[in-house]
Write a protein that binds this ligand. Structure first.
Ligand SMILES: Cc1cc2nc3c(=O)[nH]c(=O)nc-3n(C[C@H](O)[C@H](O)[C@H](O)COP(=O)(O)O)c2cc1C
Length: 356
């Protein structure tokens, strides 16, 4: 039996107490109903992971507006109907034993494509005449294979900031305890930050200071719709892993500014701005950027190939304050309880005690 290591100890972010530091990473299920609201699939999927002992369930990337989703099957949080569905989902996660959190997304140039299983796993664009929409981005530079996006005007930007504030307010009303802004994976926030996707010459482009201006406004919009006592997390790239892209030194400067703007934690990601980005497939491939980002005083979390219990202890607390686990928890909702390897009657749901 393992001794309790830091990964299994509580972590406080503002007034939210996370019972441990092993969390479900946000993973799109592409299973929303026709109104963008959660379905039975979400209740079963997230309910099982909540029963599986993770300290926080981060619900998948949820669009702040119809044209900010990646696909028509993404969850949304712009309507009352969606908010009602999320209230049920957040309540289920909490009552089953985890802390409900939600990732808010604005997909930018990576929006309006098909769901992965409809085209043999490839990302195929869906045009406005086929039920899709025209994507918006900082500059008219496409993500490989997807539509050339329209360059955002000042009015478009103001509209998106309003959408973000409304989604944050709805997330609070639905009962989520933490919110994460999706600022990585080549989505809008990341597109503005990266010199490879942002060629603007106005106040939202240019040097790093200019390129981080709109992302910081996105954070301000989240904070405007979200109460002070609840934590805000930003999933951000530690580097583009591309020649001429964002560097690790630059993202430390971004993290420092996020910290000043009231962001409590960065959830470290890397690459994904373009298919050419270097793919690193070694354990803890994002957590290794934690010590650098932590120098700013901000809390850190990371996903990225944590598949064995010992890797939790390698990561926390040396590299990061918490770990998001993705694919291992898709394969096995009880991965965390198995990794904890404690006396089942002390850790597994009481409904299952007779199994042991
Ligand atoms: C099916 C699937 C869906 C995903 N959807 C999202 C998402 O909605 N938002 C996000 O930030 N990352 C998403 N990711 C990335 C994961 O959250 C995670 O960062 C990544 O898989 C690396 O962690 P892992 O090695 O533990 O899986 C997704 C990954 C998978 C496999």
């Amino acid at each position: 039996m393992s001794t309790v290591t830091t990964a299994w100890t509580p972590l406080r972010l503002r007034e939210s107490l996370l019972p441990n530091r092993v969390w479900l990473s946000p993973m799109c299920q592409y299973s929303a109903d026709e109104f963008g609201a959660p379905t039975d699939w979400h209740l079963a999927h997230y309910g099982a992971r909540a029963a599986g002992g993770v300290g926080m369930v981060m619900v998948e990337c949820t669009g702040v507006a119809p044209d900010m989703r990646t696909t028509r099957r993404d969850l949304g949080l712009w309507s009352e109907r969606q908010t009602e569905g999320h209230r049920r989902l957040a309540s289920a996660i909490r009552s089953i034993g985890s802390v409900p959190a939600i990732q808010l997304g604005a997909a930018g140039r990576k929006s309006s494509h098909g769901v992965p299983w409809d085209n043999a796993g490839t990302r195929h664009p869906i045009g406005p005449h086929d039920g899709g929409w025209q994507p918006l981005a900082p500059s008219p530079i496409p993500f490989a294979g997807l539509a050339v996006p329209t360059e955002m005007t000042t009015e478009d930007g103001a509209r998106v900031l309003g959408d973000i504030e409304r989604a944050a307010r709805n997330a609070h009303r639905a009962g989520y305890e933490a919110v994460e802004l999706h600022g990585a994976s080549g989505y809008l926030f990341h597109e503005f930050l990266s010199p490879l996707a942002n060629h603007r010459t106005d106040a939202w482009g240019g040097d790093l200071e200019g390129r981080m201006r709109f992302p910081l406004e996105m954070v301000e919009a989240v904070r405007a719709g979200w109460p002070d006592e609840k934590p805000v997390i930003v999933r951000m790239p530690a580097t583009d892993l591309l020649d001429g892209g964002l560097t690790a030194d630059e993202t430390v400067r971004v993290a420092a500014r996020l910290h000043e703007e009231g962001v409590d934690m960065v959830d470290i990601s890397s690459g994904a701005l373009s298919p050419d980005a270097l793919r690193i497939s070694e354990p803890l491939y994002n957590a290794r950027y934690g010590p650098g980002l932590r120098t700013t005083g901000i809390r850190t979390a990371a996903s990225g190939l944590v598949t064995e219990a010992r890797q939790l202890d390698e990561a926390v607390p040396e590299l990061v304050d918490a770990v998001f686990v993705g694919r291992a928890l898709l394969r096995d909702p009880y991965w965390a309880l198995r990794a904890l390897d404690a006396e089942p009657r002390d850790s597994w749901p009481k409904q299952y005690h007779r199994a042991f």
